[in-house]
Design a protein around this ligand. Structure first.
Ligand SMILES: *Cc1c(COP(=O)(O)O)cnc(C)c1O
Length: 368
């Protein structure tokens, strides 16, 4: 429990206005792509967001109709990327220890139709990659690494995440391990099988403006949470479409990353050297989550949500996925018990939250 909520902070809690005033140019994008290519050993393309990056990776190395194994505890963005590539997701149940699938659950999920596997390293808890590689080798599966939660981390054998699979997809979205509010990139590490177009369409002006303003809006919400008005402000901003929910960030294979986000993402990536990164969100399991969340709110914390409230989150999209809960009982149970807090509070600010959560820890497990 000591390590609970030892976070990598979202870069902009200290400088909320930085996004608004950052000026980027094409040179920043070229530099970021070059850096990614070198760090992960391949050829990088910058994208509108993480799900578009993942979809491009999948489109490149799979053929429509193929099935791919996906961690049974993830966000809708991943499902969306799999569907956009014309593939069928097969969900593998997770372990309570690290929220990742295990070789046992993978063996249950695999079939003749499955040709690939997405490695997620949930909330920054790395999988045992050597075991995954062995499993993939045995069944002839292509590995795609999703770095949304784990950029800068390493597997237990010391290799950096993103340097193992055929491709690595990064997200620069809100509260991800590299947080530029939005954006993504894919690094192709193997020769490409299918040709794809480089995203080059101009980003939308309104999207960019929203993304530039978000760190400041987030700060206002956190401040107002102390007098219980943070949630109301965020709901108002969303209703006015001044803030976009992360899950609603549209998948778009044609639009490129805004240049100012390339500049912000590169600075963060450079700062997150190999192995310097801790888990993105420490988690624990509680018996009565509704009470815990209510207590956290009463104590003045602001959060829109945590990861994840259902096996494929958020709830608004869960029905679309038609997730087979019986096939993933652990993921289903964990999604009812998990608590984890966002990256925009400092460790010190989270001391009171930790005390609240500790009082509610599940008797059945979680991290202590
Ligand atoms: C958020 C997320 C993505 C992609 O995120 P975007 O919002 O599209 O940038 C991909 N994989 C996982 C596991 C994520 O949590």
């Amino acid at each position: 429990m000591k390590k609970l909520f030892f976070l990598g902070l979202a870069a902009d809690i200290k400088h909320p206005w930085r996004h608004f005033f950052t000026h980027g140019t094409r040179k920043n994008a070229v530099e970021l792509a070059g850096y990614l290519g070198k760090r992960y050993g391949g050829e990088a393309m910058l994208c509108k967001n993480g799900r578009s990056a993942l979809a491009l990776a999948l489109k490149t190395y799979f053929t429509p109709g193929d099935a791919v194994i996906v961690n049974g505890f993830t966000c809708y963005a991943v499902y969306e990327a799999v569907k956009a590539a014309g593939l069928k997701p097969v969900f593998a149940d997770i372990s309570k220890e690290n929220l990742n699938y295990t070789v046992d659950t993978l063996e249950k999920a695999v079939s003749d139709k499955v040709t690939g596997i997405i490695v997620q390293n949930s909330l920054g808890n790395p999988v045992d990659m050597q075991k995954i590689e062995k499993f993939a080798g045995k069944h002839g599966l292509i590995i795609i690494e999703d770095l949304a939660h784990c950029a800068g981390m390493s597997y237990p054998d010391g290799r950096e995440v993103g340097t193992v699979g055929a491709a690595a997809a990064l997200s620069f979205g809100k509260e991800k391990s590299i947080d530029a509010v939005s954006g993504g990139a894919v690094v192709f590490r193997h020769p490409k099988w299918h040709t794809i177009q480089v995203p080059s369409k101009l980003p939308k002006f309104t999207d960019c403006l929203r993304e530039r303003c978000y760190p400041v809006f987030g700060l206002w919400c956190r401040r107002l949470a102390r007098v219980k008005l943070g949630g109301a402000l965020m709901r108002t901003l969303m209703a006015l479409r001044l803030v976009e929910r992360s899950a609603d960030n549209r998948l778009d294979l044609e639009r490129r990353l805004p240049y100012f986000e390339a500049k912000l993402a590169l600075a963060q990536l450079k700062a997150r050297g190999k192995s310097s990164a801790g888990p993105l969100r420490e988690f624990c399991l509680v018996d009565n989550r509704a009470n815990v969340l209510q207590e956290l709110r009463t104590a003045g914390y602001f959060f829109d949500g945590f990861w994840y409230e259902c096996p494929i989150s958020p709830k608004r999209y869960y029905k679309k996925v038609r997730f087979d809960e019986a096939a993933c009982p652990v993921a289903t149970e964990v999604s009812k018990q998990i608590v984890n807090l966002p990256t925009y509070y400092s460790k010190k600010d989270l001391a009171a939250a930790r005390a609240i959560i500790e009082r509610h820890l599940s008797a059945k497990g979680g991290k202590k």
